[in-house]
Design a protein around this ligand. Structure first.
Ligand SMILES: Cc1ncc(COP(=O)(O)O)c(C=O)c1O
Length: 421
């Protein structure tokens, strides 16, 4: 019998397709073996502490809805009003016909909100924080004669922005600003851009932005701050890390997300008006994409009002109380809490399989906690990422702490038996 595929291109293509799929199947099997396969769960109720997930009732400690606004009735009402006023789609990109009055008003409101910390402030609304980070890094890394200095624990979107820019990329160790300064001293490129998370998303600790800004000013470098986990949560008025650390500088370019504490979606970049004009002209992930639904921008106006007002202050105060309760209640022998004062309270477990067992055990008890593995965190540092929200009650937080303490205690006993055996 002859091999028909040699003479028949149709058969050859079919065989090739099969082997491409087989290649992916092998890669998926490798991920599975390493306990790195991710799984989506389907949530059937609004984002809130009590959720129905794949048919089960769970108490969730894994959203970034830090102020509990995602299901706020006033925001739902504002979204409906926005849809009635502007429809549900923008219809085009911002530079064609998609830039609506709702986007413009939101940008003015955001600029005014952060203006105590940014002179001559202007803001630009993006579909997502991921896109905002791509935009700002690629646009400010003006050409190949640029070095981007990226914090070791930066979010994936900042890492991808740095990769996408044509700049040289140097990674500086976590919160090691002396090392960064040394790198800046030796830097030969004409332009310099320093990029950091404010609140580190998987650790919960905060960058020392005062020190960082002083260095950036000395070396004429931009400082891009990703405040995804600080905006709305930190600072007396919720202005984020800029207010929390009381900082201000013309070198500062600020990115805040609006799908976490603000409870809706999208993100914004705020900086001197000239920086924003440069982004409008040059930032590809702003220019070449359909503008977000104007109704989202309209709803966000209500969200900013809540964040800036008394209700926001009360929600932040309650959240702070819950953070204290969690930290004081955690008594671990085997695993480790991490030095975080924010709503992100990771519990370091280390091994992927062990961490999945713990997360599974918590879920069996009706508690849903984020199970974070590499590559999101470094190898050997798999962790539970507990996130607290102003929507949680004290009793709910105590329930979680007790469950974690109990499992840690069981793990400690198991270890002792293993050593004796
Ligand atoms: C630190 C950080 N930056 C940026 C983003 C991306 O924001 P968005 O979800 O709006 O794309 C995230 C999201 O998880 C984040 O944690």
């Amino acid at each position: 019998m002859t091999d028909g595929s040699k003479n028949n291109p149709g058969i050859r293509i079919a065989t090739q397709r099969k082997s491409l799929i087989q290649g992916l199947q092998q890669e998926l099997a490798v991920l599975d073996q390493k306990h790195l396969l991710r799984q989506r769960r389907t949530v059937e109720t609004p984002s809130a502490p009590n959720m129905k997930v794949d048919g089960r009732d769970l108490l969730a400690f894994c959203s970034n809805d830090y102020l509990g606004l995602a299901a706020h009735p006033k925001l739902a009402e504002a979204m409906q009003e926005g849809a009635a006023l502007y429809g549900v789609g923008s219809g085009a990109s911002h530079l064609i016909s998609g830039h609506s009055r709702a986007h413009a008003v939101l940008e003015e409101r955001l600029a005014e909100f952060v203006s105590p910390h940014i002179d001559n402030a202007r803001a630009l609304y993006f579909c997502t924080g991921y896109m905002a980070n791509l935009a700002v890094i690629t646009a400010l890394a003006i050409n190949k004669d640029t070095t981007v200095f990226s914090e070791a624990l930066n979010h994936a979107s900042l890492i991808d922005g740095a990769r996408l820019s044509r700049a040289t990329v140097q990674v500086f160790p976590h919160r090691d600003y002396t090392a960064l300064e040394r790198m800046l001293q030796q830097c030969k490129t004409k332009h310099r851009v320093v990029v950091t998370d404010s609140v580190f998303s998987m650790d919960g600790n905060i960058a020392e932005l005062g020190a960082l800004l002083a260095i950036c000013e000395r070396y004429d470098a931009w400082l891009i701050v990703d405040d995804a986990h600080g905006f709305g949560v930190l600072g007396q008025h919720g202005r984020g890390v800029l207010e929390h650390l009381n900082i201000k500088s013309p070198n500062l370019v600020y990115m805040g997300t609006l799908g976490k504490a603000a409870g809706v979606g999208g993100a914004f970049v705020a900086a001197d008006a000239t920086v924003i004009e440069w982004l409008v002209q040059r930032a590809r992930s702003y220019i070449y994409t359909t503008a977000a639904a104007p109704a989202l921008a309209h709803a966000l106006l209500t969200s900013i009002d809540i964040i800036a007002g008394e209700e926001g202050q009360q929600r932040r105060a309650h959240l702070q109380k819950l953070i204290g309760l969690f930290r004081d209640g955690l008594h671990l022998q085997v695993w480790q809490g991490m030095p975080s004062d924010t709503a992100i309270q990771p519990v370091l477990i280390g091994d992927n399989a062990a961490m999945l067992r713990v997360a599974g055990n918590l879920m069996d008890q009706g508690l849903w906690v984020g199970a974070i593995r590499p590559p999101t965190v470094p190898v050997g540092t798999a962790r539970l990422r507990v996130t607290l929200s102003a929507a949680h009650t004290e009793i709910q937080v105590l329930q979680l702490v007790q469950a974690i303490n109990r499992l840690d205690q069981m793990s400690y006993v198991a270890q002792c038996f293993a050593e004796v055996a």
